[in-house]
Each structure stands twice: as structure tokens, then as C-alpha cells.
Design a protein around this ligand. Structure first.
Ligand code: HEM
Length: 206
């Protein structure tokens, strides 16, 4: 019972931590502290937030393998759904603040900014993964569930491409995210994945 309460507290803490940036950015906008373009402020921050959520979600499996701490595995689904929530809010900010809900502009926008198509494909992918992140879908999909959810790495690559396309001058921020993504992806490659238990053993002796 005490253990169950401990995990509930952990899950609620993660929920609040994931919600906090959204509350902070909204508060900044409400208090005119978000600069001259509050809509763009929300769009860009929520976009970066979505990328963070995706990176965190994908780092949970290697972290679980490395530490054997159950807490990481317990929040995987929640963070995956937060990724989808951030990505959806990012898209809604675009529709509201950039398009002004004028859908007739979308065609010319896509021609002007083709990276929007890449973002849309990533969002569709995240929606499919979100819709199948439940016990019922796991049961129905059986052995196909895991390969389907491996598409999250392709989605991460698409998000990085989307971001790469957006950057105009300084690439250092993008390069940092790309390096974190490359490290996470490397941990899923067979030689690295096999060495994780050995690394855990070595860490436990230090
Ligand atoms: C329908 C889907 C999407 C649309 C319409 C969209 C649109 C945009 C736009 C207009 C920008 C700003 C470009 C500029 O600086 O002028 C942007 C940036 C960005 N988007 Fe998206 N996006 C979509 C999906 C996604 C998804 C799924 C993610 C991540 C989960 C994402 C992450 C980012 C990031 C990290 C940036 C760069 C932010 C920065 O420069 O600080 N986007 N997106």
C-alpha cells in the first residue's frame, strides 16, 4: 500500500512538472511579459517543449535498463501522451496565432514553409502512437505493437528535420538536441543495448 502511494506521488509529481512550463508561458503571456509577439513566443516554446518531452520519453527505456528503477518505466506512457499534448498545442498555436484560423492561407504557407508538412507528418505519427498507448490496443495489436511504437524514433528524426529547416543562423541549439537524440538512438542499437547491463554492473561497483 505504501509502495503504491509512493508511485502515485511520483506520477503526480511528473504530471505537475510536465504541466508547469505550459502554466508559466501562459502566465507570461497574460502578464504581457512574453515580448512583442506573444503568439510566436507560445508557438516556439511549446515546440521546444514537445521536443524535450519526446527526448525524455525515449530516454526512459535505456534509463530503466541502466538503473533497473521501476519509476522510469512507470511514467513512459504519461510522458508519451504529454509529447502529443505539447505537439497538438504547438499546432494549435500555429493555427491560431500565425494563420489566424484562416485555413485558406494554409496552401501558400506550406509552399513558403515546407517544414510544416514535416511537422504535420510527425504530429500524425504521434497521434497514432498516442491512440495505441493503451492496454486494449496492446492486446489487439499483439506482436505488432512494439514495431509500431519503434516509429517514435522516425518521428524524432522528423521533428529534428522540422527544427533544422526552421533554424536560420545559429545551429548550436539544434546540434545539442540532435546529439541527445543520437545518443538515445545509439542505446537502442544491438551492440550498445548489450553493453548496458555491463555498464550498470560497473556503475554499481563505483
Ligand atoms: C501540424 C504540425 C506542426 C506545425 C504546423 C508546426 C509549425 C511550426 C512553426 C510555424 C514553427 C516556427 C518557425 C519559425 O521560426 O518561423 C515551428 C517550429 C518548431 N516546431 Fe513545429 N510544427 C508542427 C509540428 C511539430 C511537432 C510535432 C514538434 C515536436 C514534437 C515540433 C517542434 C518544433 C520545434 C522544436 C520548433 C523550433 C522552435 C524554435 O525555433 O525555438 N513541431 N513549428
Amino acid at each position: 500500500m505504501a509502495t503504491q502511494r509512493k508511485w502515485l506521488v511520483w506520477r503526480v509529481a511528473v504530471f505537475l512538472a510536465a504541466l508547469a512550463p505550459l502554466v508559466f508561458w501562459s502566465w507570461q503571456v497574460a502578464n504581457n511579459a512574453a515580448g512583442p509577439e506573444p503568439g510566436r513566443y507560445l508557438l516556439l516554446n511549446i515546440g521546444i517543449g514537445g521536443l524535450w518531452m519526446l527526448l525524455l520519453t525515449l530516454s526512459l527505456t535505456p534509463l530503466t535498463k541502466l538503473t533497473r528503477w521501476k519509476g522510469f518505466a512507470l511514467i513512459r506512457r504519461q510522458l508519451g501522451l504529454w509529447t502529443l499534448a505539447y505537439a497538438t498545442l504547438h499546432m494549435l498555436s500555429y493555427a491560431l496565432f500565425i494563420l489566424g484560423l484562416n485555413w485558406a492561407l494554409l496552401g501558400s504557407e506550406i509552399v513558403k514553409r515546407p517544414y510544416i508538412i514535416v511537422g504535420m507528418i510527425a504530429l500524425i505519427g504521434l497521434s497514432v502512437l498516442g491512440a495505441t498507448s493503451n492496454k486494449w490496443s496492446m492486446k489487439r495489436l499483439g506482436k505488432r505493437w512494439k514495431p509500431l511504437h519503434k516509429f517514435s524514433y522516425l518521428i524524432l528524426s522528423l521533428v529534428l528535420l522540422h527544427f533544422f529547416w526552421v533554424v536560420r543562423a545559429d545551429m548550436s541549439e539544434w546540434a545539442m538536441y540532435a546529439a541527445i537524440a543520437a545518443l538515445i538512438m545509439a542505446t537502442r542499437l544491438p551492440p550498445f543495448a548489450r553493453s548496458l547491463p555491463k555498464l550498470r554492473y560497473r556503475l554499481s561497483r563505483t
